[in-house]
Design a protein around this ligand. Sequence first.
Ligand SMILES: Cc1cc2nc3c(=O)[nH]c(=O)nc-3n(C[C@H](O)[C@H](O)[C@H](O)COP(=O)(O)OP(=O)(O)OC[C@H]3O[C@@H](n4cnc5c(N)ncnc54)[C@H](O)[C@@H]3O)c2cc1C
Length: 592
Amino acid sequence: MYYGSGNYEAFLRPRKPKDVDKKSAYIVGSGLASLSAACFLVRDGQMKGEKIHVLEKDPIPGGACDGYEYKQVGYVMRGGREMDNHFEVMWDLLRDIPSIETEGVSVLDEYYWLNKEDPNFSLMRATKERGKDGETNGKFGLSDKAAKQIMKLFFTTDEDLYNKKITDIFDDEVLNSNFWLYWRTMFAFENWHSALEMKLYLKRYIHHVGGLPDFKALRFTRYNQYESMILPMIKYLEEHNVDFVYDCHVTDVRFEIKGDKKLAKKLVYKSKEGEKTIDLTEDDLLFITNGGCVENSTMGSQNEVAPFKPELKEGGGWDLWKRIAAQDKSFGNPEKFCYDPEQTNWMSATVTTLDDKITPYIQKICKRDPHSGHVVTGGIVTVRDSSWLLSWTFNRQPQFRTQKDNELVGWIYGLFTDKKGDYIKKTMRECTGKEICMEWLYHMGVPEDEIEELATNSANTVPVMMPYITAFFMPREKGDRPLVVPEGSVNFAFLGQFAETPRDTIFTTEYSMRTGMEAVYTLLDVERAVPEVWGSTYDIRDLLHSSYALRDGKKITDMELSFIEKFALNKAISKTRGTDLEKLLKKYKLID
Ligand SMILES: Cc1cc2nc3c(=O)[nH]c(=O)nc-3n(C[C@H](O)[C@H](O)[C@H](O)COP(=O)(O)OP(=O)(O)OC[C@H]3O[C@@H](n4cnc5c(N)ncnc54)[C@H](O)[C@@H]3O)c2cc1C
């Protein structure tokens, strides 16, 4: 497997890999990583679908990428996926996955046209004091000291960030800024999370920094991501006769390790038919999604709490990874991520409005008609003075194909589930859907004497607790996540958020899909480059623009510097005079 960029190999159809007709594949899990692996096996590996078996413990596919209507409970989407134009692997694949909406077009075409016609941006990024403008005013509000801390992180080596927390790198200069408000709520970072991942994010999305205050950097699918992404991939795979086995818990994988050679030998699973074992040979490729951000997630309802149940059980992603990791050092260190769910949980709630009584409050804040079918909030709105640090969003409606015309389906989430609310004097995790809705309505500015009535009769709210949702953000070091294909592996690979691939950032659809592509391309030796992570971090234009944007448009010459630093800066600038570098610095408004 090797990386490439540009279009020389992008349009290439690889030749059939050697011996692929002798091989078969077993894929543990049916999340985006697994589905992508299956698609790449079919499209580029040219493996027959009949020889690909997807083993999923849940009754439906999709894993973390969800969006369903549960009978008697209502609509639920645990998340809303913010996406990017530079999800290189995703678009490499989705250009070949037919849309299930429109005949003859791909999922990529559909997504591109939608976002071209109706670009995403927010007209209100944050509120305070019960529905008033949060007055972030499109600014990052970083002091020069804070900007220097960010710049220092950007250039710190990965090794120096192993096992460090964000608070080891940033102090209140950064943590009290709008920058941190945008960042932590958009990406769900907590202050105690990994400084290394924070750095990787900064580098990965440096081209989007200017678009953070109003989300013009983001793109979204037409419906929830289960309907817009998972269903078309499933249809494509089913049409290629890929075998899906649901309610199938893989409980163990046994490896034979002889010298440098590592072979997956046995797969143990429990399904409706009881416990079974599959003996694997060198020609049986095994793809394992290890760990999982929605493992142990629970659902409540309008009148029920979503219980916090972090105990790990046999047949789940964490238990499986622990059993695997016990067999070889190169299979990672799951404990590092799952040892303390208090540091990795948060909750979301899906709210469905049932009539038009709540709509004016949404409209007043987002400044758009929520029923127009176009962008509504344009990304999350953060309630900056909420004790739970609530954020909420309504994407283009309908979010579900079955939704009624008068309904709006939106998403609320809170980063601090152990804090008491500002209106509901309970922690978020102690609240029913209705109570979470009441806390939200309070922050939307609904008069207090109307809050309960609206939450009871004008909305249905379903909470979800996810004890391990940010497990991947826990501080880590090299080796804590296994490589996608560990050294010496003959027939197996790891997939998803807890497999290691360089430069890309976790908690993204792209990361999962990338691991799927890299795994297939390595194990089958596919003769085509995997598109490298977008290289904006090496592009001086993006670096200059982000320097300008992060400092809210101030020139570098206006930076607070010591006498010696100022002298050095002026000398460096004088050396650019009359060169292309001077032109660039001027173009990006960093000098006069
Ligand atoms: C709330 C939320 C918000 C998000 N926001 C964004 C966003 O804004 N932008 C973005 O790009 N991405 C976002 N994501 C991330 C994205 O959705 C995930 O990264 C991606 O869907 C994960 O896919 P995966 O295949 O790696 O893992 P998963 O989806 O977790 O899939 C793993 C699958 O394996 C199955 N499994 C686990 N153990 C076993 C076993 N032992 N036997 C059989 N099956 C097993 C699980 O049931 C699951 O189906 C968000 C996710 C969530 C939950």
